[in-house]
Design a protein around this ligand. Structure first.
Ligand code: PLP
Length: 385
């Protein structure tokens, strides 16, 4: 099949039809095992932890979209990260962007630490500072750009160049951008991970993770780890993700249009103290982000001025739902310091700038006027007079 654009790849990429029947969607192969025609005579599949045709279709699709050698589907974003971090050995250290997802921090801080696989929080926004943090035990860097929840931008190309000079593996969590807006492998990454729970799934109805690797060697190692540790994505969930990815382009076009309007509205609002959104020309990450991504993405965080009560703000929202997660068609709002980033100790949160007043918005694809009217009435109610 020949095409040149990602909008088409989203729909026809990977393995997009069923060879045997001509079904235009890959069926849900809800089976744990596969008949063997004789000893050692398998038809390409043996057991669904090792490989399943529905999961394989998704894995081929994400590999194509990210421009990698192979893709792997896991039961959650953290299961994908666990498999990728399992490439490291005892005594190794990984540098992480200063505001990574709270669960990523917890995984390193409270699980991998037990195996003497260590981490250092590094200011990947500043390539020179990052290079100074590379000690002999550092074997990998894990970047989020935009990083959650302050939407800080890392120059992926610059960090990858420095990292490779020192022999490090470059891992990028591309959850917030997706391959529709940013392709880290083209910028120098070795591995891309996703919480596909978010934009790729897109409908807040599936928890899933994906990893894409650049080389055959990494693919063999991750395939081995995936099969050995077993956190694979079930066939039905794989089907839901393939279905979600088909509309990723049209969804994100609307998401981003709405987010841009919401960021501009918040910036002009007299009740708002600060806005973090890399799609604003005034944002500190704007220029770097513009070089490496299609636009500023969807996620926004902001703070209200001190004479607004954020508890009342959250409770007054009617349309915008207070919930963990992001990336669904519906607008969600969260309070990072008590929700998504609560597993990061308070002193570290303060140091990286995750204040108790910070509000994170995942703008949905509803009519933007309705979303903004809801935010407006909640701000008005939360003013302390
Ligand atoms: C949600 C999220 C994760 C974790 O993914 P799960 O699917 O919840 O396990 C990792 N990274 C980022 C940026 C996320 O938003």
């Amino acid at each position: 099949m020949s095409y040149n654009n990602i909008e088409t790849a989203l729909i026809h990429g990977g393995i997009s039809t069923d060879e045997r029947t001509g079904a235009v969607n890959v069926p849900i192969y809800q089976t744990s095992t596969f008949k063997q025609d004789g000893l050692g005579k398998m038809r390409g599949y043996e057991y669904s932890r090792t490989g399943n045709p529905t999961r394989e279709a998704l894995e081929a699709l994400i590999a194509e979209l990210e421009g990698g050698y192979a893709g792997f589907a896991f039961a959650s974003g953290l299961a994908a990260e666990t498999a990728v971090l399992s490439l490291l050995n005892t005594g190794d250290r990984v540098l992480i962007s200063s505001n990574v997802y709270g669960g990523t921090f917890r995984l390193l801080d409270q699980v991998f630490n037990h195996f003497n696989i260590n981490y250092t929080i590094s200011d990947t926004e500043d390539p020179a500072a990052f290079e100074r943090d590379i000690t002999p035990d550092v074997k990998a860097v894990l970047i989020e750009s935009p990083a959650n929840p302050l939407m800080t931008i890392t120059d992926i190309r610059a960090i990858a160049e420095i990292a490779h000079k020192h022999g490090l593996l470059v891992i990028v969590d591309n959850t917030f951008m997706t391959p529709y807006l940013q392709r880290p492998i083209e910028l120098g990454a070795d591995i891309v991970v996703h919480s596909a729970t978010k934009y790729l799934g897109g409908h807040s109805d599936v928890v899933a993770g994906l990893a894409v690797v650049k080389t055959k060697e990494l693919a063999e190692r991750i395939a081995f780890i995936q099969n050995s540790t077993g956190g694979v994505l079930p066939p039905f969930d794989s089907f839901l993700l393939i279905r979600g990815i088909k509309t990723l382009g049209v969804r994100l076009d609307r998401h981003v249009e709405n987010a841009q309007k919401a960021a501009e509205y918040l910036t002009k609002h007299s009740a708002v103290k600060s806005v973090h959104y890399p799609g604003l020309a005034t944002d500190k990450g704007y220029e770097v982000n513009k070089r490496q991504a299609k636009n500023g993405g969807v996620m926004i965080s902001f703070e209200l001025k001190d004479n607004y009560d954020i508890k009342v703000f959250f409770e007054s929202l009617e349309l915008v739902t207070l919930a963990e997660s992001l990336g669904g068609v519906e607008s969600l709002v969260c309070h990072p310091s008590s929700m998504t980033h609560a597993s990061i100790p308070e002193d570290i949160r303060k140091k990286v700038g995750i204040t108790d007043g910070l509000i994170r918005l995942s703008i949905g694809i509803e009519n933007i006027d309705d979303i903004l009217a809801d935010i407006e009435q909640a701000i008005a109610k939360s003013e302390v007079k």
